[in-house]
Design a protein around this ligand. Structure first.
Ligand code: NAD
Ligand code: UFG
Length: 355
């Protein structure tokens, strides 16, 4: 059984991916600072894992720490070697992800996302671990066009968050091209990950007011927020609202185990892959589907366009499908049903708050 280090593994995408990886049979070391997540998430992951509860506990080892901490990271690698379970690959989720905060705090974003990643790659290199799956983002592409985005589309992020993601991809390319050692790298460019595990036990738990559409819809539907503001009704789209490619978080999670398996089968590789469904959904379509599937109301008003938004971002996902032998299998209705189940069972996410 191979051991994988998962940075940021207690977060939204990380926790769902840990479940997929445990069920795939990997041994996990999860490193997280818990700056944007709860210790409860991984406890629930262990409870959900198909492996016997006891054995799942044995195969998921949690370490509280920061990816910028060189000594700690080195210790994690060295201890794994001592325990005869050397880390053979890293899935790197840890980082900050708010576009709006990145505009206010570019130094922080470059420090955590870029410096933190550089520190991680240095420790990996020193410990002969050169296989990595990196959480990149569709936000690195230039403004959308009418066409689906392919991996060869122009790269031109327009906010500091996106620039840090592109910088890490570029660093990984330099490592791949210039190192004498064989790196195996998959940059997964996520489109819009949403929904929750079908059990409703794990899901997205924003600590503050959500910035993103799907968690906002859930909070309006349950009554913790009065109404949704739809940012713009005059986009050049059929119903005037923005179009995105929403992918079920479990489909995204499974893309990570597929990417690992693919990398392990190669000597050396650099891959950039779009992880989306290839289907565009407008804000209004998502609201209507959510209401229909869950039999609830999502009151909304139209407001001005949000600064920095684009009309349409949809993936051409053919390269991922061909390369990874993976395909998203869950529908928009599944996304709405599973996301709502999580919201109903956990009205305050993982927190105990009762406001
Ligand atoms: P998340 O905030 O839920 O998870 C990130 C995790 O990293 C959290 O558990 C957080 O505590 C941890 N973390 C943050 N800084 C850390 C540090 N310095 N050291 C150790 N741990 C740290 O976010 P997510 O939605 O699960 O996103 C995971 C990754 O995917 C991020 O890199 C994000 O940029 C990327 N991504 C997310 C989306 C999205 O819409 N959710 C889209 C594209 C890319
Ligand atoms: N929207 C609203 N009201 C809201 C929130 C969003 O109308 O309250 C609209 C937006 O204008 C957009 C759509 O819903 O048309 C989706 O917005 P999100 O904020 O959910 O997602 P974005 O596509 O703007 O961005 C997300 C992540 C980025 C990531 C990107 C990848 O926030 O970090 O997807 O495509 F890079």
């Amino acid at each position: 059984m191979k051991t994988i280090l998962v940075t940021g593994g207690s977060g939204f995408i990380g926790s769902h991916t840990c479940l997929a990886l445990l069920d795939f049979g990997y041994n996990l070391v999860v490193l997280d600072s818990y700056i944007n997540s709860s210790v409860i998430a991984l406890k629930r992951v262990i409870g959900l894992s198909k492996t016997q509860k006891q054995s799942a506990q044995n195969t998921l080892h949690e370490v509280r720490g920061d990816i910028r901490d060189y000594k700690l990271l080195s210790k994690v690698f060295v201890e794994a070697i001592k325990n005869n379970a050397p880390i053979e690959a890293v899935i790197h989720f840890a980082g900050l992800k708010s576009v709006e905060e990145s505009v206010r705090e570019p130094l922080l974003y470059w420090n955590v996302n870029v410096e933190g990643s550089r520190n991680l790659f240095r420790v990996m290199d020193e410990n002969n671990c050169r296989t990595i799956v990196f959480s990149s983002s569709a936000t690195i592409y230039a403004s959308s066009t009418d066409n689906l985005l392919t991996e060869a589309s122009e790269l031109k992020p327009c906010n500091p968050y996106g620039k840090t993601k592109l910088a890490v991809e570029e660093l990984l390319r330099d490592l791949f091209e210039n190192s004498e050692n064989n790196w195996r790298i998959a940059n997964l460019r996520y489109f819009n990950p949403v929904g929750a595990h079908s059990s409703g036990e794990i899901g997205e738990s924003p600590l503050e007011k959500p910035n993103n559409l799907f968690p906002y819809i859930c909070q309006v539907a349950i009554g913790s927020r009065k109404q949704l503001q739809i940012y713009g009704s005059d986009w050049p789209t059929p119903d005037g609202t923005g179009i995105r490619d929403y992918i079920h978080v479990m489909d995204l999670a499974e893309a990570h185990s597929a990417a690992l398996e693919y990398l392990f089968s190669k000597q050396s590789k650099l891959l950039n892959l779009n992880i989306g469904t290839g289907k565009g959904t407008s804000v209004l379509e998502l609201v209507k589907t959510f209401e229909k599937v869950n039999g609830c109301k999502v009151p909304y008003v139209f407001s001005a366009r949000r600064l920095g938004d684009v009309s349409k971002t949809v993936a051409n996902n053919q390269l991922s499908i061909r390369t990874l032998a993976w395909e998203p299998s869950r529908s928009l209705s599944d996304i709405c049903r599973d996301g709502w189940r999580w919201q109903m069972l956990n009205p305050f996410g993982y927190s105990e708050r009762t406001h």
